[in-house]
Design a protein around this ligand. Structure first.
Ligand code: WQD
Length: 337
């Protein structure tokens, strides 16, 4: 059977990708070091999908360990989502970000070459675009990442491009995520960040749960319809399905980049209101100062992925809020048992 190695498969996006693959009849194999994920997700995925998913606890930064895993699993394709992903931490610790993120992908590519695995789908990010010169952002937009995290994503894209050009890989698909949010509608898996979250959605959830006193809005004087920043929030289940579609595609010139977003912007103000209505009560909030590095608007032009991968976003931001509320309420119930 064709095994798909999901590197980082126990994480927020990775667990949803694993579930999408299972629901489409594929055979995912999870590889993760559980540094930023809870091993209990494997059992929850097994019960959700009614299977026993093959899982390997592996430090992907360790080349020998990666090679042994490929020798054992012999995957036909790889979905590479593993790596460090905090913009703020990348500024404070650029060396860690370059050595870990680039090291992991280099280890995976070497093992793919050694064990004749020749297809990769790579998890990249809209952060590679830096400050948008125009919105909505299409794949032709210039790439100018403004932080080490974004640069590690772009450098990994280029490493993969060179691998394909040298004939070491038959094909590669790069998915540039906009802002992933929400949870599987079952409420069994969802975003479960270790540590204090920086992203808006988990902060809304933490405020709803009383973990935070209020939501601080980072600036109300941007040139947007309500003065707060606008983002393209893509439901994690739609994002996961895009990976399954990417595996099946035949990329132009063997290497192709796709923006993964809804094409619809949601402002911070609208996000707070949508989450409050999913909750059934208003969230406490206060207006704060702008956050350094924030762009007023970042929204995807998604025509390319819609037409080339025959994929489209099916879920709204409002769906993501309802699914996140359900996930957090089921998580707190199981934690209290
Ligand atoms: C969204 C909006 C904030 C928190 C980041 C990374 C990017 C990608 C996605 C990995 C912004 C505002 C936030 C808060 C607020 N991650 N906000 N109060 O910055 O668009 O992108 O996550 O690939 O690399 O940069 O997402 O969720 O941090 O912020 O007002 O307490 O919410 O100003 O406008 P961002 P975010």
């Amino acid at each position: 059977m064709n095994k798909i190695l999901v590197c980082g498969g126990a994480g927020y996006i990775g667990s949803h990708v694993t579930l999408s693959l299972l629901r489409k009849g594929q055979t995912p194999v999870i590889v993760d070091n559980f540094a930023n994920s809870d091993p209990s997700v494997i059992g929850r995925l097994n019960s959700l999908a009614g299977v026993q998913i093959e899982c390997h606890e592996v430090e992907l930064a360790d080349e020998a360990a990666v090679s042994r895993t490929f020798q054992e699993v012999k995957p036909s394709a790889v979905i590479q989502l593993a790596g460090l992903k905090s913009v703020g931490q990348s500024v404070a610790n650029p060396t860690d970000y370059y050595s870990v993120n680039l090291g992991i992908t280099l280890n995976i590519l070497s093992a793919m070459e050694r064990y004749s695995c020749d297809r990769i789908v790579f998890s990249s990010s809209a952060t590679v675009y830096g400050e948008p010169e125009y919105v909505p952002i299409d794949e032709a937009h210039c790439v100018s990442p403004i932080n080490p995290y974004g640069r590690t994503k772009y450098f990994q894209e280029e490493i993969i491009r060179d691998w394909v050009a040298a004939g070491e890989l038959s094909s590669a698909v790069i998915l540039r995520y906009f802002n992933p949010v929400g949870a599987d509608a079952s409420g069994v898996i969802g975003e479960d960040p270790s540590g204090i979250p920086n992203n808006l959605m988990p902060i809304l959830g933490d405020t709803a749960a009383g973990i935070r006193k209020e939501v601080e809005i980072f600036g109300g004087d941007y040139a947007t319809r309500d003065g707060t920043c606008e983002r393209d929030y893509i439901h994690v289940s739609d994002l996961a399905d895009a990976h399954v579609a990417a595996l099946a595609c035949d990329p132009e010139d063997k290497f192709e980049v796709f923006n993964v977003g809804t094409g619809r912007g949601v402002t911070v103000r609208e996000a707070i209101d949508a989450y409050s209505s999913a909750l059934g009560r208003p969230l406490p909030e206060r207006m704060g100062a702008r956050r350094e590095g924030d762009a007023a608007s970042s929204v995807a032009a998604n025509e390319k992925i819609v037409s080339r991968l025959n994929w489209r976003p099916l879920r709204s931001f409002e769906d993501a809020c309802r699914d996140d509320v359900r996930w957090r309420s089921q998580k707190s119930k199981s934690n209290s048992m």
